[in-house]
Ligand binder design. Sequence first.
Ligand code: FES
Length: 318
Amino acid sequence: MDSLEVKVIRKTLEAEGITSFELARADGAPLPAFSAGSHVDVQIPGGLTRQYSLCNDAIEQHRYRIAVLRDPASRGGSVAMHEAVNEGDVIRISAPKNHFPLQHAPRTLLLAGGIGVTPLLCMAQRLAAIHADFTLHYCTRSAERTAFRQEISSSAFADKVFFHFDAGPAGQKLDLPAALAGATPEHQLYVCGPAGFIDHVVSTAKASGWRSEQIHLEYFGAAPQDTASDTGFEVKIASTGKSYTVGAAQNVVQVLKDHGIEILTSCEQGVCGTCITRVLEGEPDHRDMYFTDEEKAKNDQFTPCCSRAKSKTLVLDL
Ligand code: FES
């Protein structure tokens, strides 16, 4: 992985529970260019790696800006970012990667749920810069929990943004069917936020006639999984012929690591695609949010950090 050493040049409380971090090269040299929708992997004190979308204008090369929602219920990454990363600290990040690229379209609809605004804010800046036709609907719990509200309200594209607060009056709440109405096959929809928000947007869009190819999504963190009915299975390593048992409460990456077989991971929750491994035989039980439905149906690769097996054995191309 290409990694960069960057300095935290500013840490700002953007809203209740949301802090932004501006990152720059310590020597002031330009950072690698990025496109709207990109994220970086951040190496967090304590050994975790987490993905954060870049939410500054993609034209900038003097800084990257990320925003982190403090989530005490998560596995510790966001709390460590809030508590252990401060202005002046030097941290390591990956070069920007883009799994959520913006496509050219006559009209673009951006739907943000909470902290999911980050990649969409970068897209809004880009679309405004090229004078594209777009609308951003930004849904949050309340005005106090709405990161970048002031910045958006005073931006050149403020008239294309609609804020919707769960705690606010009924009249300002998002009328999703109305927002999705009137689409042509060329229109593109980008949605980012918690799993429940994304699922609701995607099902409503499909019911309104949007096709899968027009809908682009990026989950903010993994969807909760029901693991109660998980059972054990075998993984067989094609190169050695050796088999290992993955217990009901274990995952493939852990089990292989215990036997000296290292698979590179990053998010460990099926979001980033770092751990993708080819499957030669058997049927994976895909638990990731990285592959498309079509890719999952091929059953020739899976994400061993979180995915399991429907068949008794999976033969892996390792
Ligand atoms: Fe990110 Fe497996 S490590 S998908």
